[in-house]
Design a protein around this ligand. Sequence first.
Ligand SMILES: Nc1ncnc2c1ncn2[C@@H]1O[C@H](COP(=O)(O)OP(=O)(O)O)[C@@H](O)[C@H]1O
Ligand SMILES: [Mg+2]
Length: 368
Amino acid sequence: MNIGILGGGQLGRMLALAGVPLGARFRFLEPRSPAPVDSIGQVVRAEYDDAAALERFREGLDVVSYEFENVPDASARYLAEVIEVFPPPAALEFARDRANEKRGFGRLDVPVPPWRSVDSLEDLRRGVSELGVPAVLKTRRLGYDGKGQFVLTSHDDVARAWEDLGSSPLVLEGFVDFDRELSIVGVRARDGSTAFYPLVENTHRSGVLVRTEAPAEGVSAGLQAAAEAYIGAIMESLDYVGVLALELFEVDGGLLANEVAPRVHNSGHWTQDGADTCQFENHVRALMNLPIGSTAARGYSVMLNLLGALPPLGAVAAEPLTHLHLYDKAPRPGRKIGHINVVGPDRAEVSQTAARLEALFPPESGPA
Ligand SMILES: Nc1ncnc2c1ncn2[C@@H]1O[C@H](COP(=O)(O)OP(=O)(O)O)[C@@H](O)[C@H]1O
Ligand SMILES: [Mg+2]
């Protein structure tokens, strides 16, 4: 099976690392050089909208997927005419624009924080007076790792927020005083069967994921079922194939949807060592039309992102329960260059190990 992946970052790298044992071969379309996939498969080095490169890329492939959702619509649609593309390009469009995404959640009765569409300074003034402060202004498109966001803490912030982001289409959201951030990763096969990993708890710093704990502590069967119903409805409505992630806020025992990622997700990296079948393998299984593998957790996991600078690898490797995953990326401030999964049968021991590992992180590590 020859699998093409749009994007050649760490997610593509980990898809291939999981898919090669299943007999898959990988080709990537990636404009940047060097890229994390360079040592892992063939790389067509070109922009995503380069028509001739798309031709070369798709030649001899059986199926195309992506690890990067900002692939131009036209490119995904063009490929979908000549080859199977999973998840379907409609999923990219759903997730790409925050206003569109929130309307989609609304249609499926998935609850979201209060929000307004903002296209003018007037809209922003009205939105802030209707939703109150604090509120978060976000670009509709191309935001990631907290980029393209402005938190307004007073009505006096309106002018500065507009100056900062007003050149793009925006949404304004009420700031959610959440109890914690959770996410769920699900997978849907071509025959429509689905499986879901347990809810996990995510910690962000400056809008960037730094830590995932899996499964999240104290999740009731009802909360897990609600999360599965939400993500299941989204997958169903898109006739989705592959792995999808849904980021959630837990508030007073209920859930609000923040955003979806139509791909494997950083909050699912723990599954590489902490679940029966990892999210990357399950995505590849869906692409290959194989049955989905068990999504059950094996014990407890903590995933720590390595941002900007590496801890001493010898000391990391010396810690029992520890699995190191590096992305072959040069360290730069704030950059995601790897992660560590800590997995064991005892939650306290796993957290203590994670704390010892965090103490090894150099001071310059963390979000930029
Ligand atoms: N409405 C909100 N209320 C409270 N915190 C928020 C809100 N929106 C975003 N955040 C915080 O910022 C982080 C990043 O925002 P998110 O919308 O997920 O954008 P990104 O695409 O950058 O991940 C969230 O994980 C959360 O910690
Ligand atoms: Mg997010």
